[in-house]
Design a protein. Sequence first.
Length: 444
Amino acid sequence: MKKPDESILQPLAERMRPVSLAEFVGQRHILGDHGLIAKAVEKDLVFSMIFWGPPGVGKTTLARIIARETSSRFIHFSAVLAGVKDIRAVIEQAEEHHRQGLRTILFVDEIHRFNKAQQDAFLPHVESGRIVLIGATTENPSFEVIPALMSRCTLLVLHRLTASDIEVVLRRAIGDVERGIGGQGISLTDRAVSALAAMADGDARFALNLLETVATTLPAGIGTSDHPVDLPDLEPIVQKKLLHYDKSGEEHYNLISAFHKSLRGSDPDAAIYWLERMMASGEDPLYIARRMVRFASEDVGIADPFALDVALNAMDAFRFLGHPEGDLALVQAAVYLATAPKSNKLYEAHNRVKETVRESGSLPVPLHIRNPVTKLMAGLGYGRDYRYAHDHPDAWVPQEYLPDSLIGRRFYVPSNRGYERQVKERLDKWIELKQSRKRQEYDR
């Protein structure tokens, strides 16, 4: 009996593992032309490092590629299965190769599972250069890796892959005849690929496992060029209702419009419904967060100055936590924005001032608010008759700051809603005081 090709027995995710930096998808911040890893590999200067990132973003693969492209000996070590005795045995091998002038990269998967004593065992060998340690962890290394080891390693944060990254991985596997499923002639529609990418939630390994499941369980007649795999064909296999969502098409704009208008209309229930619809359909959560940051200025503004902080904090929280823990921060921001007092007066002011600048051009700065940096400037009247606000009651003094031709022009006109009511009262008082002073000067 002919022995089967062992590579065919490997899971698709293992077969499709990139073998070079050129094949690697994502992590351009460290792998781009000026990225730290790209430069290190190019110069054959490998250093000890800790990879911190979620599952399926390429931590193990990247370590293997670094070893391959720098002609280093690679040892894969699992913190789940190994103990101090195993560490000593591996170190002894590395020392022998070090004496022969060979470099050893020791890759420790899930390094956070090692206790302090086990992590301590690496220290002298990392410090002496006998091994180049690459540790991988899904947990915050600030809490899980001992400070002494952290100080000897460079921390590199690997980001969750985008849906676009996952689509590249899937399409590569679909088309690859040697390592992928290209030899099976299976065809998928664009929206089926997008749906699988969305389900993977940034995990390339999960995406490839899902694709392999689809490829091996398709009913006869489905997946051909005449009947490519589409959403209805996927649903029985993945046991999930797949929502149609084209991130570059009409539905993208329909949903974000519904979300924005629900926020503006102060309907928190509708807002979080449309938020979840977008999230479930694969929209980039940071795109949603950016829209809420914009909304906080455009539709809430000074009516609730804390709205912008809430939106920004939600975006930062999601960046820090990712799916699914960070989802609730976006929900919190949406509810806050929907229930906040509304004002578009900042938005209107911005449009007015843009139009005025476009029409009036580069009007000169009034002399009294120019800074007299030199004696010549002072002699020309720079800063003359300027009144320092803090020398007056309430740190306010009637004084003009606009160019002469724009004096009296109002760009920002606050509403009577929320905190903006207080701002309006303050501005109305100052405007009245300024006008009163002008009347007094006119009477004189």
